[in-house]
Design a protein around this ligand. Structure first.
Ligand code: DP6
Length: 320
């Protein structure tokens, strides 16, 4: 019987960009994110008889190119002498287009692997193991608003507010479903080595985290929006000033920013954030979600809209 875990992607409001240790994949800065409910990765692990190599299918198709990172993640949980596994991963959203697919994949992977092995590891241990696979995945072990802080030997993620404690909504404007040219891990290293703004980015992160943490505690949407947009644009400034420059935006991305800015200027409670891809994620209060989704849906270049409330952390779906 396969063991299946489900994890949701998360979207950072205060971003992780840069590593302090590439070998252990430790982030240079803390970050704050929201975990989405409507998007998910389901990962099933099975130990078939007489399998000599791991086998991975992604949305039903063989995906050998993605196997090495996932196999390393399984090794980190189960040890290198583990049995060979049949891995079946399904996501209900575009993979590798700046929608945090690696976060939900690695979070689901560590939870499923742990369950296969008795399910006794703490959330803290699992979150650190997921973070070795992909830094942002450490946050998908937690629901609602999550904060990742650095500690000496790894990271520590905590829930700032659960998904029902402040029910904001997320509207994603998908402008392209193409795989991105440069993956975030590689792009971060280029930024660290070449952007004249990188050190300033590091220096200001504690301040941005504190402002966002206070805004979340006070449920002050406008204050959260101001610091999240600033932090996002600062991260993109680091990317743009890297050599070679990394510009993930398209004209549709800019059009979506204008839509969000126009809505906000008209008093609609909404703000934007953008990751290492061309999609725009708009956070809004629930009463504004229909209007935000309609306006972004009508914005030139938007291919489709995804909507989500906040969700729970990664979990086992069925065991045994
Ligand atoms: C822009 O977690 O994908 O989405 O640790 O190299 O796998 P790796 O990076 P990853 O980077 C996420 C970058 C971001 C911001 C964020 O999610 O905090």
């Amino acid at each position: 019987m396969p063991i299946t875990a489900l994890a949701h992607p998360n979207i950072a409001l205060i971003k992780y960009w840069g590593k302090r240790d590439t070998g252990r994949n430790l982030p240079a800065v803390g970050s704050i994110s929201v975990t989405l409910d409507a998007l998910y990765t389901r990962m099933s692990l099975e130990i078939p008889d007489s399998l000599t190599e791991d086998r991975l299918t992604l949305n039903g198709q063989p995906a050998p190119s993605l196997l090495p990172r996932l196999a390393a993640c399984l090794d980190s949980v189960l040890g290198r002498e583990r049995p060979r596994l049949s891995i079946d991963s399904t996501s209900n959203f575009p993979v590798a287009a700046g929608l945090a697919s690696s976060a939900s994949a690695f979070a689901a992977c560590v939870v499923a692997a742990d369950a296969l092995d008795g399910g006794e590891r703490s959330r803290d241990v699992l979150s650190n193991l997921a973070g070795r696979g992909s830094g942002s995945a450490a946050r998908s072990l937690f629901g609602g608003f999550a904060e990742l802080r650095n500690r000496e030997d790894g990271v520590e993620v905590t829930t700032l507010l659960g998904p029902d404690e402040w029910p904001v909504e997320v509207v994603v404007a998908v402008t392209s479903e193409h795989k991105k040219a440069v993956g975030s891990g590689e792009a971060m290293e280029i930024s660290r080595q070449t952007s004249p703004f990188y050190q300033r980015w590091l220096d200001e992160q504690e301040h941005d985290l504190a402002v966002a943490r206070d805004a979340i505690a006070a449920r002050d949407f406008a204050a959260l929006g101001r610091i999240a947009e600033h932090n996002c644009l600062k991260m993109h400034s680091v990317m743009w000033t890297s050599r070679p420059p990394m510009v993930y935006w398209t004209s549709a991305t800019v059009a979506c920013l204008e839509t969000v800015r126009d809505l906000a200027a008209g008093g609609v409670p909404v703000f934007f954030t953008i990751d290492a891809g061309p999609q725009v994620k708009a956070l809004c209060l629930p009463e504004a979600a229909d209007r935000v989704a309609r306006a972004l849906g009508e914005t030139p270049g938007v291919q489709r809209i995804l909507r989500s409330k906040l969700g729970e952390g990664a979990r086992v779906l069925e065991a045994g």
